[in-house]
Structure formats: C-alpha cells, structure tokens
Write a protein that binds this ligand. Structure first.
Ligand code: KG4
Ligand code: ZN
Length: 418
C-alpha cells in the first residue's frame, strides 16, 4: 500500500510517500525556523498560515519525487496531534480533502507514535519489545513498546521537556530559536565539569524527569557570573572549575551519572558526521561565533564570557544527557529488556546518542535511532506510521479530527504488529 503522509503539528511542513513494500519513496520538508526566529519561538498563527501556503506544493513535490500518481495512493495519513490546533487543522483538512477526492481511507496519526516508529525508516529495525525514550520539544517520555500501539508509559517529565529546557537555556545564552542544536554546538567548545550542574531526579526512585530546575540553575549561574564580572572579580579562567564558586553561585550537586563519561568512547562516527552536518545547518553562525571566541586564547571580558557560556552549555548538556541515560538504564533493568530506541528532536544530539549507545551495549543490547534528519519533525514518520495502520485495515471516519492533547497510551494496538 502506498501512503501519502502529512506532518503539520508545529513549525515544519513535511510530506512523504511510503510504500509498505518498497519503503520510503519521497520525503520533502519546509522548515519555518526563519519565520519564527525573529520572535524567539513559534508564533501559532504564522505557523498555520505558512502550512496553508506549503501543503499542496509540497504534496505535489513528494508525489513527483516518488514517481507516484494520485490514483496509486492507497491512503492518506496526517498528524492529528499532539500539537498546535491551527497548525494541525491545516494538515487535517488537506489530507481529508485529498482522501475524500481520491476515495481512499484517511488516517489520523499520533505525532509521538510517528517519532516512536521513525527508527523503522532505517535499514536495521528494532524488534519488539523495547524501551523507547521519546525526547522532543514538547515531550520527554519513557515508553515500554510491545508492538505498534502497545505502549506503556514508564515515566515522563513532570515539568519542562528536555527539548524545551535546551531551547530556553539556549535563548538565555543569546542563541537563535530553536536552540537545541546551537547549544550542543557551543557545548563542544566548553568543559563540562567547569560549571557543575545538578542531575535532577536521579536521587529518587521512579522513571519521571524534571528539567525546569536545570534551566533555573543555568540562569542562576549566568547571573552570578555577570554580577561577579560587574564587581570586577577575576572569573576569566572559567574552565578551571572555580568561576562559579568565585561568582557566588552554588556549585551544584556532584555529577553522579555514569553514562556521560562513556560518551566519547562509544560515539558512532557515522551518526556523528550526519548530526554535525544537520547541527551546522540549523545552529547557524551564532553558536560558532561564541564557540570560536571561547576556544581561542584571547583574554578580556568578552573572551571570558564566551568561555563561561561554552562551559555552561557543556555542563548543561552533560547533565541532561546523564539524567536521560541513567533513566534509560533503569528502565531497561526494570523491564528486563536490552533493546533501546531513542527518537524525537533531541535524539539528534550526538552526546545523547553516544551515551545511550553505551547504556544499551552495557546491557548486552543495542540502540536504534533514526538518522538525524528523521529525529526532528518530518513527513516520513507520519507516512510510515499511517501506512502500517492503514495496511492493517484502520481508517478514520470522514470528520476532520484533531487532538491537540492526545496521550500516547490511548492508542489502539495493531493486531498483527510485532
Ligand atoms: O521532535 P521535534 O522536531 O519537535 C517536537 O515534536 O517538539 O523536536 C524539537 C526539539 C527542539 O527543542 C530542539 O531544540 C531539539 O529538538 N533539538 C536538539 C537538537 N536538535 C534538535 N536538542 C539538543 N541537541 C540537538 N542536536
Ligand atoms: Zn516532533
């Protein structure tokens, strides 16, 4: 069955064609990053209007690239939620109208199920059961997956999602929206032990996360650095680990996650290169400019601040990675599983992928993740998830349905999956 998939839940318009026999045939994307950058975040009304402009031309392009005529389509799938209502409605209406005109079934797809299944777009696919870490801009969830639609939530963030914490901290450091990739790039120039950060929720049982305190810790450390710089305290050598204390900030809890230290050893080089390319594209010049200043031997307040920012970014990234990796390790142990899957925008993060690889290998298992381009939002994952469900006989009715809030574990199992 050949399915056209349509993603429009936030700030990317993604269209793709997936064939249950031949795999992914085309995937096209328009990112609205430039449109929202001016405002430092997504403006819902602008997002909806832009989706309206892009949907039909992108659908035509995807079909042309796939060399598929509309009459060959066996179904249409669209993201019905979670996401921004207006943005979701544009894709839902376009997909419904096309399905109705072609007289083929149309299916409402859960955005996070799209992410969860996205590693299946790769040549080597994970087999059920496995533990999946979903890390996007709006969600941080640990899920036990026993088949398509067989999801049991093991833990989730009780406040900010990991991506949200990345974005807010990046914004505070003057990096452009969305800040995750830019912050990761700046972190590469820093020392992750120079500005120690807490590891929230690691001292507690359970598999929930909390990242808002980490963002607050980053703000507190930056303020303390700025105050100290204003009163003329010597804080230039941030990388000796003393800047924070001299600046009057709290040193934070001692890092206790093991996975972070393994990150470099187990880095998957191919994934790294691709992630780098993607980061280069997305992060833009700002992070590079700061990283460059941090790395050279300059002295003076600007260089000192640049070094501090790079160290802060590195400390922040290391803390998030440690927490995510340790909770994944605990989830695998709790569920007696060895296969780990990571998906969602933050899974493009090189250090996170390397740390999770370490966790899976330590358990005698494997990590599966999508290529970086399929970590962030895309139409391919919606076409895939839709195709798997449509091929199993599912079909939504003719109403234009969206679910801006939609729990993942409310989904129905696909009978023959797994
Ligand atoms: O899955 P996604 O594209 O959209 C949502 O469904 O939310 O995830 C976007 C999130 C943003 O918060 C973005 O900053 C983050 O993924 N992100 C990263 C990286 N690339 C994207 N976070 C950390 N490191 C990265 N390399
Ligand atoms: Zn997403």
């Amino acid at each position: 069955m050949i399915v056209l998939g349509c993603e429009s839940s936030c700030d990317e318009t993604g269209l793709a064609v997936y064939d249950t026999e031949r795999g992914l045939l085309a995937d096209v994307l328009h990112s609205q990053v430039d449109l929202h950058a001016l405002y430092g975040g997504v403006v819902p009304e602008l997002a909806s209007r832009d989706h309206v402009r892009r949907l039909v031309p992108l659908a035509r392009r995807a079909l042309a690239e796939a060399e598929v005529a509309t009459v060959d389509l066996g179904g249409v799938a669209y993201t019905a939620g979670p996401g921004l209502s207006g943005a979701l409605l544009t894709g839902a209406l376009a997909a419904r109208a096309l399905g109705w005109a072609l007289d083929v079934p149309t299916l409402a797809v859960h955005h996070m199920e799209g992410h969860l299944l996205s590693p299946m777009l790769e040549p080597e696919v994970p087999t059920f059961p496995f533990v999946c870490l979903l890390v996007s801009g709006g969600h941080t969830q640990l899920v036990r997956v026993d088949g398509i639609g067989r999801y049991r939530l093991l833990g989730q963030s009780i406040d900010d999602a990991a991506g949200e914490a990345f974005d807010k901290t990046a914004k505070m450091l003057g990096l452009p929206y969305p800040g995750g990739a830019a912050l990761a790039r700046l972190a590469d120039a820093g020392d992750d032990e120079a500005v120690p950060m807490p590891r929230p929720m690691l001292g507690r049982p359970g598999l929930d996360f909390s990242f808002s305190g980490l963002k607050t810790a980053a703000v507190t450390r930056l303020r303390a650095f700025e105050e100290a710089a204003t009163v003329g305290v010597e804080v230039g050598a941030a990388s000796d680990g003393t800047a924070d204390e001299k600046a009057g900030g709290k040193a934070g809890e001692k890092p206790d996650g093991k996975a972070g230290g393994k990150a470099d050893e187990v880095a998957d080089e191919k994934a790294d290169e691709k992630a780098d390319e993607k980061a280069d594209e997305k992060a833009g010049g700002k992070a590079d400019e700061k990283a460059g200043r941090a790395a050279n031997q300059e002295t003076g307040p600007a260089a000192s601040r640049a070094r501090f920012e790079a160290d802060l970014a590195a400390g922040f990234e290391a803390a998030i990675v440690d927490v995510l990796a340790e909770k994944c390790r605990r989830a695998l142990v709790q569920e007696s599983l060895t296969t780990l899957v990571v998906a969602g925008g933050v899974s493009a993060n090189r250090r996170l992928r390397a740390a999770l690889e370490g966790v899976a290998v330590e358990r005698g298992g494997r990590l599966y993740c999508p290529r970086p381009a399929f970590c962030t939002d895309n139409g391919a994952m919606i076409a895939l998830a839709g195709a798997l469900r449509l091929a199993a006989g599912e079909c939504s009715d003719l109403s234009v349905t969206i679910h801006p809030r939609w729990p993942l574990d409310a989904l129905t199992p696909v009978a023959d999956a797994g």
